[in-house]
Design a protein around this ligand. Structure first.
Ligand SMILES: [Zn+2]
Length: 499
């Protein structure tokens, strides 16, 4: 197979073409036990330590639906503006695969739990609505591990059934997205909503949020072409990259006179490309039929309403409130509310230190930087909101300068210690003593005559260098305002030499 050479535009879609994208997202529900048996769902347990005759599909056992799973699925559906069916049923989806102990998966086919919903993604100055076709309950499969890099060359494979039977919802969108970026935004929004309502922890690296992509391309105004499916993409960036690659590949096939084949493809994150996994199975290949062991799922409308009333404030509502209540710019509000944990950390900090814009700058800047660099999730911020508030208050009353504050922040995260303690111990208090700063200013001027001359010729930038020298001489602790003022006093206005 050849690498594609068609270059996508910035949107990820080559000029003269349109992409039609739909996503199928599997979300593992945060239940304590599995969908149809009492086995634990804890992640990371030794292989096959959380299994029983029911989830192993041994003969003579009966599945019993998990009420908590149904409740979480209804919650997810309502948060996505879906209509919840008071009557749905479980079906058997039959296929033969080693990670399927029963040779069928319990799922929902023609009568799903919910459908007809939508969510909004950011688009330009406004938003775009992506419709949700259906949301249904099913059980997860086990997990195979191959004793090589891939299944073809493996000498043997091992199967862990701990995951078999964990409850999932599958959320199927309409093909309403038209760029890789929109697909990523959809997935981010979906994840945020699921986390907000406590339906799932959505840890992509643990597989609790997984995404299959359907994509086809067409000339504007024409009917959609043949689509391919990309299986199990497990990062936001992966979704965007896999789509850009696959769209370019399809366009190249069509532009060179070929035909796109309907097939399932695999996204190879390392190689940055998709390749054929198998040609498409059709729904009838699964020989769906109603599960004879499970009665239809009949829900009391009053219970559905009760769940609706229990929904928390969702990301869009919270974003609007941050703009209204805290006066945050829409951009800040969107970034912070994209994660429930980040939003809660922000609000807690503002409660103790009521300067929303300052807190927002720190959350969007230093907090997110630290999370990125240390590979932590927002739920794992190693700092109490009150501790950040204390640090910000120290900056405000001039006890430390901003530069030192950032350094102290990192140390607080790393050691769990509090700002005043770190500042005291390391002697980081801001120096505002003018006599002391003045000495450093004079030294900097004396040591850098060329820079001073530059500044006097009108190069305002030269001042920055001198400020840097003074900060260095005071080990970063000088009050920057005082340094600036004293330097300007000594040097006069730029461009005034010889006047
Ligand atoms: Zn079990």
């Amino acid at each position: 197979m050849n690498e594609v050479s068609v270059r996508p535009r910035e949107t990820g879609v080559p000029a003269g073409w349109e992409a039609v994208i739909g996503l199928e997202v599997h979300v593992e529900l945060s239940t304590a036990s599995k969908m149809f048996c009492p086995c634990s769902t804890r992640f990371g347990a030794p292989p096959n330590s959380q299994v029983c005759p029911v989830c192993l599909g041994l003969p003579g056992v009966l599945p019993v639906p998990n009420r908590q799973a149904v409740e979480l699925a209804v919650k997810a559906a309502l948060a996505l503006n879906c209509r919840v069916a008071t009557y749905s049923k479980f079906d058997r989806k039959n296929y033969f695969y080693p990670d399927m102990p029963k040779n069928y998966q319990i799922s929902q086919y023609d009568l799903p739990l919910a459908g007809d919903g939508y969510l909004e993604i950011p688009a330009g100055q406004g938003s775009k609505r992506v419709r949700i076709r259906r949301l249904h309950l099913e059980e997860d499969t086990g997990k195979s591990m191959h004793a090589a890099d891939d299944i073809v060359t493996a000498r043997y494979s091992l199967v862990d059934f701990n995951r078999a039977g964990i409850p999932l919802v599958e959320i199927v969108s309409e093909p309403d997205m038209s760029t890789p970026e929109e697909a990523r935004l959809y997935l981010e929004k979906l994840k945020a909503i699921m986390q907000y309502c406590g339906v799932s922890d959505c840890r992509m690296e643990e597989g609790s949020l997984r995404c299959d992509i359907n994509v086809s391309v067409r000339r504007p105004g024409q009917e959609a072409g043949t689509r391919t499916e990309i299986k199990n993409v497990n990062s936001f960036r992966g979704v965007e990259r896999a789509l850009a690659y696959e769209i370019a590949r399809q366009v190249e096939v069509l532009e060179s006179g070929g035909e796109v084949e309907q097939e399932t493809r695999h996204w190879d994150e390392g190689a940055g490309r998709t390749h054929t996994l198998r040609t498409k199975e059709y729904a009838h290949d699964y020989r769906y039929f109603p599960d004879p062991d499970l009665p239809p799922l009949v829900l009391d409308p009053a219970w559905i309403e009760e769940i609706r009333r229990s929904l928390p404030e969702l990301p869009d509502a919270r974003r609007e409130r941050y703009i209204r209540e805290f006066g945050l710019p829409p951009y800040d509000a969107a970034v912070i509310t994209a994660s429930r944990a980040l939003a809660e950390f922000f609000e807690e900090t503002v409660r103790v230190y009521p300067q929303p814009k300052t807190v927002s700058n720190w959350v969007m800047g230093e907090v997110r930087r630290y999370l990125n660099e240390s590979g932590l999730e927002p739920e794992e911020i190693p700092l109490q909101p009150a501790a950040l508030a204390e640090l910000l208050a120290m900056v405000e009353r001039g006890a430390i300068n901003m530069r030192v504050a950032k350094q102290v922040f990192t140390e607080m995260c790393q050691t769990g210690r509090l700002a005043p303690e770190i500042v005291r111990e390391k002697g980081l208090e801001q120096v505002s003593d003018e006599a002391l700063i003045e000495r450093a200013v004079e030294e900097a001027i004396a040591a850098n005559p060329a820079v001073v001359a530059d500044y006097r010729k009108g190069r305002e930038k030269a001042l920055g260098f001198l400020v840097g020298q003074v900060m260095k001489a005071t080990r970063g602790k000088a009050n920057p305002q005082v340094v600036n003022r004293l330097l300007r006093d000594r040097l006069g206005l730029p461009g005034t030499e010889g006047v």
